[in-house]
Design a protein. Structure first.
Ligand code: 3PG
Length: 307
């Protein structure tokens, strides 16, 4: 009997686990659960006889893959798969997948929650600003970026996007203005919402040069990955511009220093919260379970992300 392991340091809501169980057991497989683990050794032990694993931001490195002798597929219930060693997966004939789009609305809604919180001076009662009429730039027009654009239009914002991998026509069809370069995006937009993945090309790419281009009243919104920000640049921009604000669901390593020095201008969620909704857990979790069953039963590799 095939064994599917849910290995989630940050567990799904119960209703999502129940839904995954129904799909997995309905296919005649066994479901195992490892939640809130604190030691890597627990993960290594749990994966040892798993044929499939469902994860969130859990780290699946070479050691984990090598320990999972029977592993055929690992599905990241979510968008970013920078937590999976894809080369190790390929080398060991393990298919890696994500579940694109399934938690996108949850992340986009959080971006606006943080924007309003910051625009209203962290709800301290002093007069703040509104989002209506402000320029917002979507940096990468993928699943989350699209939802951010849609909600931004509802707020009456002036919405721009930059994505070299998406045709201008697609962006225009959604009523969003495509821009030609990343420089143009940052120099045009008071708000920039980051939706780029963390790759070797993007890590540290949001630097002082770009941030300095942002107009007065600048707020950078990061629900993507902390690694895409050059942290020294972030500190420098706070030191040089009193109007700069940063809201993030992925706190930088230097968050404590920044919060101490620039308290009212930076907000980071205490724990990564973007995909923490019942809906997102259900959407991503159940999609992961279905993808595993479709992979074993039909050889379906539609959402494969490794070679
Ligand atoms: C993602 O890449 O899907 C998000 O960062 C959500 O991550 P999480 O499942 O760990 O909350």
């Amino acid at each position: 009997m095939k064994k599917v392991l849910i290995a989630t340091d940050k567990p799904f809501v119960k209703v999502a686990v129940d839904g995954i169980r129904k799909i997995v057991e309905g296919a005649g497989y066994q479901l195992a659960l490892l939640e809130k683990y604190t030691q890597k050794s627990e993960l290594l032990q749990a994966v040892s006889d798993a044929n499939a694993i469902i994860i969130r931001s859990d780290i699946i490195d070479n050691e984990v893959i090598e320990a999972a002798k029977n592993l055929k597929i690992v599905v990241r219930a979510g968008a970013g798969y920078d937590n999976i060693d894809l080369e190790a997966a390929t080398k060991n004939n393990v298919v890696a997948m994500n579940t694109p789009g399934q938690n996108a609305n949850a992340v986009a809604e959080l971006a606006f929650g943080m924007m309003v919180y910051m625009a209203r001076n962290t709800f301290n009662g002093l007069s703040g600003t509104e989002l209506r009429g402000k320029t917002i730039g979507i940096h990468a027009y993928g699943n989350v970026g699209k939802y951010v654009a849609l909600i931004a239009k509802g707020f009456g914002m002036d919405v721009y996007a930059y994505d070299p991998f998406v045709a201008d026509e697609v962006i225009k069809n959604d009523g969003i203005k495509p821009l030609k370069s990343v420089d143009e995006l940052y120099s045009t937009c008071q708000y920039v919402s980051l939706h780029i993945p963390a790759t070797k090309d993007t890590k540290g790419s949001i630097n002082l040069d770009l941030l300095s281009k942002m107009p007065q009243g600048a707020t950078l919104v990061n629900t993507a990955r902390k690694e895409v920000i050059d942290e020294a640049s972030l500190q420098r921009i706070f030191e040089t511009r009193s109007d700069f604000r940063y809201v993030s669901d992925v706190a930088p390593d230097n968050a404590a220093i920044l919060i101490e020095k620039f308290a009212s201008k930076i907000y980071c969620t205490p724990k990564k919260t973007g995909a923490q909704t019942e809906e997102a857990n259900i959407n991503a979790g159940l999609a992961a379970a279905r993808q595993i069953v479709d992979f074993f039963e039909k050889g379906d590799v539609k959402f494969k992300v490794n070679k």
